[in-house]
Design a protein around this ligand. Structure first.
Ligand code: GDP
Ligand code: MG
Length: 202
């Protein structure tokens, strides 16, 4: 069809203020860490990124929430239209971790039931100030059947992997009627873990 428009996968970053949502997006988009808080930015903006997975381009339109997260109420329309949600906490902040349940409750209430959710424990570089053990993140993720990894917007560890895993899952869903074997995000992440030979960040 001449008017065929490639679908843009609506991806939203959610989580408490200060967990590093904007920094994570900047790291993924520009490959750098700009220290300092962006939390003064109120509103919602997006960044377009194209991720190539298995020779297929996946267009991600990534929305960065700001300001609204303080009230833990991202406009419900954003949830409804989301194809993927990256839910962040800060491994040095117990409250940001404790709030994950409330975020998930809201997500389950307003988002599509087939939305791709990934839980990220950010600031993995701040090991001396760690308040949440990796196992606690894993346990919570298992309880909600969502994939999990620890990231650092500062060093960049696992940032690309998180978005690529989500893109792979979205692509797999778009072509699920083809003969290609179904992509399994949990298995993919496990395989990457084994490949890197290091699991301290997962
Ligand atoms: P947001 O409110 O969730 O968008 O969080 P920001 O991206 O504004 O980050 C809040 C603060 O945490 C800023 O001072 C960032 O520089 C810092 N920060 C964000 N991510 C990381 C990280 O992975 N490691 C470290 N050490 N600092 C981070
Ligand atoms: Mg922000």
């Amino acid at each position: 069809h001449p008017l065929h428009v490639e679908r843009s996968e609506q991806t939203i970053l959610v989580g408490d203020s200060g967990v590093g949502k904007t920094s994570l997006l900047v790291q993924f988009d520009q490959g750098k860490f700009i220290p300092g808080s962006f939390s003064a930015t109120v509103g919602i903006g997006f960044t377009n990124k194209v991720v190539t997975v298995d020779n297929v381009k996946v267009k991600l339109q990534i929305w960065d929430t700001a300001g609204q997260e303080r009230f833990r109420s991202v406009t419900h329309a954003y949830y409804r239209d989301a194809h993927a949600l990256l839910l962040l906490y800060d491994i040095t902040s117990k409250s940001s971790f404790d709030n994950i349940r409330a975020w998930l409750t809201e997500i389950h209430e307003y988002a599509q039931s087939d939305v791709v959710i990934m839980l990220l424990g950010n600031k993995a570089d701040m090991s001396s100030e760690r308040a949440i053990r990796r196992e606690e993140g894993e346990r919570l993720a298992r309880e909600y059947s969502v994939p999990f990894m620890e990231t650092s917007a500062k060093t960049g560890v696992n940032v690309e992997l998180a978005f690529v895993a989500v893109a792979k899952e979205l692509k797999s869903r778009a072509i699920q009627h083809s003969s290609e074997p179904k992509f399994r995000i949990h298995e993919y992440i496990e395989a990457q873990k084994e490949k890197s030979g290091c699991c301290s960040f997962f």
